[in-house]
Design a protein around this ligand. Structure first.
Ligand SMILES: [Zn+2]
Length: 480
């Protein structure tokens, strides 16, 4: 009985904060910079070094936590998480364990038009490890190298409650968190650059009796939301099958094989005691001043959830459209500029969501490369409002603006796209269409009003979409 099961998903997200320098030293953060050029004894883990906490990283952490409705703890502290790995020169990661920076938050996600609240267990600060670099494919590479530029970059780890029940909810959660972080400008969250990494914990249990459950598996290093979804979908099937057949799955950490679309065992799941956490003796506790926290809170920018509501109220957009636009800060900013420049917020939303997104995706372009400025858009809307061009021609003009960056009026002139509003000219074309189609004419005269659509279509075809539709309708009715 498949319906009797439910999926339980929790997510851990690591995000690199966009500070200028590392968490415990003054080394500059330079993603993609020449390898091993931004290092010092502190981030290389030399003996006897003393870490000094980067205050901006704490501020960014607090900002992110407040934006996700967390309580900021008045006292938090760093601990050493001990393990061996070549990319970890200190032999331990400096993280927060017993006393995290913040706890008890939530974000609201939107799936299929429904809002659901996902709890945030905690958000804490830690330093990133160095980056392993392989020549070619990791399975075939003969050598591994380490780039220490990333060692010591500040991270926040955002741990959710196990509140998600499907891959779709997990997707919405990851996208919501990403968008909140982009709005607060604490990170660029570029997943291709590894600035945001997802780990998902999955188990499947009986709906009636939560004690009948699989042990959870953790999937590591998911570097895109789409991969995370595929990995979760695969795991849900694997767990459901195990539960149905009574097979016991070990609690373990798994990796997602992108090419094969499967997960495989990486190692048995480690427990906290495996890490021998102990207090970091070289750092004082983090005790943010209450006034400082309030100031950060007051200076939070408008967040996605509020922006969605404002778009609905101020511009009269349907919720789904507002959600789509706001999910990407750049897109939402661009939309607002187009809405204002054209003084037509509804059209702006329609053109962006239907035409522009498709054009960008076909051309594999980002919004930053887009040649249609808000002024371009306003120019086109003006031509449509004053009847110079029809909506159908608008599509051609829009695509042409996208490709060439020319203004709408220039395109209309160059391509001869002016709308035909001359009654005589249209009348002649319509006479011809009527003469060519005796049978639909009879239908119409016999009382079938709906054939008018056919005639409008024929006239549009004959004029390559340039006829003014209202005028065509009027003349057709007269002549028929
Ligand atoms: Zn350093």
């Amino acid at each position: 009985m498949p319906g009797a099961y439910e999926t339980v998903i929790g997510v851990e997200i690591h995000v690199e904060l966009g500070t200028n320098t590392k968490l415990f030293c003054g080394c500059e953060i330079d993603f993609g910079g020449e390898v091993n050029t931004h290092t010092c004894p502190v981030c290389l883990g030399m003996p006897g070094i003393l870490p000094v906490l980067n205050e901006t990283a704490v501020e960014y952490g607090i900002k992110a936590a407040l934006a996700m409705n967390c309580r900021i703890n008045s006292h938090s502290s760093f601990e050493r998480k001990n393990y061996f790995y070549p990319d970890l020169p200190k032999g331990y990661q400096i993280s927060m364990y017993r006393e995290p920076l913040s706890e008890y938050g939530y974000v609201d996600i939107n799936v299929d038009g429904k809002t659901k609240r996902i709890g945030i267990t905690r958000i804490h600060l830690e330093d990133d490890a160095a980056k392993s670099v392989h020549t070619g494919n990791i399975d075939e590479s003969l050598n591994s190298y380490i780039d220490f530029n990333r060692a010591g970059v500040p991270l926040i780890e955002i741990v959710s409650d196990p509140d998600m029940r499907s891959a779709e909810e997990m997707k919405a959660y990851c996208e919501t968190v990403k968008s909140i972080l982009e709005y607060t400008e604490v990170s660029d969250c570029d997943m291709e650059k590894g600035q945001m990494r997802i780990e998902a914990n999955i188990s499947v249990r009986s709906k009636d009796n939560p004690e009948i459950t699989t042990d959870r598996s953790e999937i590591k290093n998911l570097n895109s939301v789409r991969y995370a979804m595929r990995a979760v979908e695969y795991e849900v099937k694997r767990h459901t099958k195990a539960l149905e057949s009574g097979k016991i799955l070990p609690m373990e950490t798994r990796l997602f094989d992108v090419d094969k679309g499967v997960t495989r065992t990486m190692r048995g799941k480690e427990e906290a005691h495996d890490y021998r956490y102990f207090p970091e003796p070289d750092l004082v506790p983090v005790e943010p001043d209450e006034e400082w926290v309030q100031e950060i809170k007051l200076n939070l920018p408008e967040l996605p959830y509020d922006r969605i509501n404002r778009f609905m109220e101020e511009y009269g957009l349907p919720e789904q459209d507002a959600v789509l636009l706001v999910s990407d800060k750049e897109l939402a900013d661009y939309y607002e500029e187009c809405a204002k420049a054209s003084n037509n917020p509804k059209s702006a939303s329609n053109w962006i969501l239907t035409e522009l997104l498709a054009l960008l995706s076909d051309a594999k372009q980002t919004l930053l490369e887009c040649k249609i400025t808000p002024d371009h858009f306003a120019g086109m809307i003006k031509l449509m409002d004053d009847g110079t061009i029809s909506g159908k021609i608008g599509k051609t003009v829009y695509a042409e603006m996208f490709n060439t960056g020319k203004m709408a009026d220039v395109i209309v002139k160059e391509k001869g796209l002016l709308q035909i509003t001359d009654e005589n000219e249209l009348g002649n074309i319509i006479d011809q269409v009527i003469a060519d189609n005796p049978s639909p004419v009879e239908d119409y005269r016999g009382g079938n009003q709906r054939v008018i659509g056919f005639f409008v279509g024929q006239v549009m075809k004959a004029t390559k979409g340039k006829a003014n539709p209202q005028l065509v309708n009027k003349i057709l009715r007269e002549k028929l």
